[in-house]
Write a protein that binds this ligand. Structure first.
Ligand SMILES: Cc1cc2nc3c(=O)[nH]c(=O)nc-3n(C[C@H](O)[C@H](O)[C@H](O)COP(=O)(O)OP(=O)(O)OC[C@H]3O[C@@H](n4cnc5c(N)ncnc54)[C@H](O)[C@@H]3O)c2cc1C
Ligand SMILES: *[C@@H]1O[C@H](CO)[C@@H](O)[C@H](O)[C@H]1NC(C)=O
Ligand SMILES: *[C@@H]1O[C@H](CO)[C@@H](O)[C@H](O)[C@H]1NC(C)=O
Ligand SMILES: *[C@@H]1O[C@H](CO)[C@@H](O)[C@H](O)[C@H]1NC(C)=O
Ligand SMILES: *[C@@H]1O[C@H](CO)[C@@H](O)[C@H](O)[C@H]1NC(C)=O
Ligand SMILES: *[C@@H]1O[C@H](CO)[C@@H](O)[C@H](O)[C@H]1NC(C)=O
Ligand SMILES: *[C@@H]1O[C@H](CO)[C@@H](O)[C@H](O)[C@H]1NC(C)=O
Ligand SMILES: *[C@@H]1O[C@H](CO)[C@@H](O)[C@H](O)[C@H]1NC(C)=O
Length: 642
């Protein structure tokens, strides 16, 4: 017996790790009939697994059940949800409620919160706050940031399950299906277009799925991968996995931003990284997901099980196909890394010299990306009245390169800059490891402003293939800066050496420059003025960018909610129909919906101010709406310049 055990143990140790043998403890706790003991039959019925029978489908209801509706769940029903969710059901108020008249009013707390408002950490650790307040509907901000007049819940969910086990996720999904309440999923709330919010909804908050375990040798015969990997809870953020990986002498592909939820929406939506020019997207790293599907069941999605779901969840966007609880991602050996940061501006340079310096950089986008580097730069028209424009390299990042190799790569560009008379200190530094280089050189980004919207473009290689194409691209971007649009751009190549077959937007594979521009309007702008600014941007400034990159795309996680033909732009014409079919297969009851997500065209948020945000009920498109027809029409008739 002892001998048998020893053989068995040896075999287990030697055998390649597979997803089936390593569920986290948090994942082992699942929703089973015994978990519903003590509930009345009616309340137990709220947790029935899907899909719904044809007779149970609320085909007549044109909107998700909204607070105030007769079908809105009773207090008793919510109490049952809280019970099944182990008292982890929250009814959170916006943080800034302490600044407004009402029971939460607390001037001292308001002052502290206002002082800390732009610190991203205070929002990421909150159950409902979103990085882009515009998409919430601006209904409760610190008055010094934006006067919301009254503090209302707006586009924030009503209830949140602070999920820490599979059971909590299953309870939330089943409850939403059986009651007709809108369901949303929030991890960090980083998404640019409001996909972690939703008025009148129940939210599943995944932030506390924080487990990380190292797998020394993961083998997947189907994909051919054999090597180290990490299994991570979906709440794990960039700063956490980078640190743990570094302690194992490894790196993992994740975002540049330190608080991005890399194991959640980031990798499901694609995900670019300081390591993308070497290893591709975040989605390209995924070996397996554990996921609660819209029917409430808990499944593995990998190359051999639910492989269509596995394909779709690698690039097809978060909040669409189910809720993942963990992910297994590839890991790579740590490497020498060199970085550089500097800036120059028209405060000390003539316009001509400044722009010649920027233009000279464009000549090196292709070789720099092909050499495995990633650069992040900003063109900031910070003072348009005086015409001061600043270029900031923040940073130029060269993984797997020594200082000498990096200097050599940058030398031709820097020589031209010097010839133009542009003086700067390139602040080059070599590290023997990725993690400290990343820590030192990338900025901690702040929460978004209340009067801004971004749009983005994945400019392909052909835009930089010859001088005429580079000139056209450069001039278009210069025009954006000169008309007061902030540009944030990333020069990288996004191809994985393993070339996995997944749903990543095919436009990423051609990408050389991922560029974001933003439009700003007055903080006091009226709804009509905001519409005018936004339409001018989407159909003016962004159209110029689309026109010079026909057939390319945009990045669904850093994008414009009004992106025209988002199916082509965010997913690619080839992938979209396939994604759409997988969505119909796994989510026939339409539990999951995110703005501009796969299958989202069937529903729309009827926002109270008509602006594109989450502050209103989610209703089927093409049926009678809750808003007055006049209000809905208004935004379609507003004239815009350009
Ligand atoms: C400051 C900042 C820096 C950024 N840096 C980068 C970067 O370097 N590279 C890059 O590619 N992107 C970057 N982004 C964009 C980022 O990738 C997206 O915002 C991404 O959606 C973040 O995912 P999240 O899970 O953290 O965010 P959330 O906004 O909470 O979630 C995003 C979407 O994913 C869904 N989702 C989250 N978790 C799950 C889950 N477990 N299962 C199913 N659905 C889920 C949500 O419903 C939502 O639709 C940045 C954004 C900001 C604001
Ligand atoms: C996929 O997951 C299933 C279920 O956990 C497991 O049995 C199988 O071995 C996995 N496939 C691969 C290639 O690891
Ligand atoms: C910011 O918040 C912290 C607590 O998180 C508090 O200690 C600090 O005083 C706040 N800062 C300001 C300037 O109020
Ligand atoms: C909002 O505030 C105004 C006064 O500023 C008040 O008249 C109104 O009733 C409030 N609305 C709501 C919905 O609370
Ligand atoms: C959410 O749950 C975690 C883990 O139990 C806990 O630490 C945290 O305080 C909870 N957050 C809120 C806002 O209740
Ligand atoms: C790397 O950069 C050098 C110098 O710019 C260039 O000549 C070379 O082609 C690049 N390498 C690749 C693989 O593109
Ligand atoms: C890192 O650089 C070494 C040589 O300097 C090279 O052999 C290796 O392939 C590089 N790694 C990657 C991932 O490009
Ligand atoms: C916006 O309104 C505030 C008061 O709500 C006022 O103090 C400020 O001057 C206005 N700003 C502009 C640009 O009109």
């Amino acid at each position: 017996m002892a001998r048998l055990y020893a053989i068995w143990a040896a075999a287990l140790l030697a055998s390649p790790a597979s997803a089936s043998i390593c569920l986290f403890d948090s994942e082992k706790i699942q929703l089973t009939a015994d978990k519903l003991e003590g509930l009345s039959p009616a309340n137990a019925g709220l947790f029935k697994f899907g899909p719904l029978a044809a007779t149970e489908r609320k085909t007549s209801s044109q909107c998700k059940v909204f607070p105030g509706d007769k079908d809105w769940p009773s207090e008793d029903a919510w109490a049952s949800l809280n019970k099944v969710a182990d008292n982890q059901l929250l009814k959170p108020r916006p943080k800034a409620a302490v600044c407004y008249n009402g029971p939460e009013y607390n001037p001292a707390a308001c002052e502290q919160m206002t002082a800390n408002w732009t610190n991203s950490y205070i929002h990421l650790d909150d159950p409902i706050e979103m990085f882009s307040p515009v998409l919430q509907g601006l209904t409760c901000l610190p008055p010094d940031v934006y006067d919301s007049k009254n503090c209302t819940q707006g586009g924030f969910p009503v209830y949140v399950i602070n999920a820490t086990t599979t059971k909590h996720v299953q309870a939330g999904i089943n409850f939403a299906r059986n009651t007709g309440v809108r369901l949303v999923v929030k991890n960090t709330g980083h998404d640019f277009i409001g996909k972690s919010g939703g008025a009148g909804s129940l939210s599943i908050w995944t932030h506390h799925f924080k487990d990380i375990s190292y797998i020394e040798q993961y083998e997947d015969e189907k994909t051919g991968y054999a090597g180290p990997a990490f299994k991570c809870g979906v709440g794990v953020q960039a700063f956490e996995i980078y640190k743990v990986a570094s302690e194992k002498g490894k790196v993992v592909v994740g975002g540049e931003g330190e608080t991005v939820g890399v194991m959640g929406g980031y990798l499901q939506g694609g995900g670019h990284s300081p390591l993308s020019s070497l290893y591709g997207t975040g989605a390209d790293q995924v070996l397996a997901f554990e996921v609660v599907t819209p029917d409430g069941k808990f499944v593995t999605a990998n190359s051999t099980h639910n492989s269509d779901l596995y394909w779709a969840m690698r690039g097809g966007g978060g909040g669409t196909f189910g809720v993942a609880t963990s992910v297994i991602v590839k890991a790579y050996p740590d490497m020498t890394t060199t970085a550089s940061s500097f800036s120059f501006s028209t405060a000390t340079l003539s316009n001509e010299v400044f722009w010649a310096g920027v233009r000279s950089y464009y000549d090196y986008f292709i070789p720099n990306a092909d050499n495995g580097t990633y650069s992040y730069f900003v063109l900031l028209p910070n003072n348009p009245e005086q015409g001061v424009v600043t270029f900031t390299m923040t940073p130029f990042f060269a993984p797997n390169k020594t200082l000498e190799q990096t200097r050599e790569l940058l030398d031709p560009w820097f020589t031209r800059m010097n010839e133009l008379g542009i003086e700067f200190d390139p602040n080059l530094k070599e590290y023997d490891s990725f993690y400290p280089a990343w820590r030192d050189y990338f900025p901690l980004e702040a929460v978004e402003k209340v009067n801004v919207q971004s749009g983005s473009r994945l400019f392909p290689r052909s835009n930089f293939a010859d001088q005429a194409s580079i000139d056209e691209t450069f001039n278009n971007m210069r025009q954006s800066t000169e008309t007061n649009h902030v540009i944030v751009a990333f020069n990288m190549k996004v191809i994985s050496p393993d070339n996995p077959d997944n749903a990543v937007n095919t436009a990423w594979r051609e990408n050389i420059l991922f560029a974001i521009q933003s439009v700003r309007w007055s903080v006091n702008a009226t709804v009509d003025e905001v519409w005018e600014a936004r339409k001018g941007f989407t159909y003016g400034d962004m159209k110029r960018w689309r026109n010079i990159s026909p057939g390319a795309g945009s990045y669904l996680a850093e994008a414009d909610r009004l992106e025209p033909d988002f199916q082509q732009s965010f997913f690619g014409s080839k992938n979209y129909p396939k994604l759409w079919n997988i969505k119909q297969k796994y989510d026939p009851d339409e539990i999951f919906w995110v703005a501009t997500g796969v299958g989202s065209e069937k529903w729309q948020v009827e926002s109270v101010d008509t602006l594109p945000n989450e502050n209103g009920p989610l209703c089927r498109v093409g049926v009678k709406t809750r808003l007055s027809a006049a209000a809905m029409r208004a935004h379609n008739t507003i004239k815009y310049s350009h």
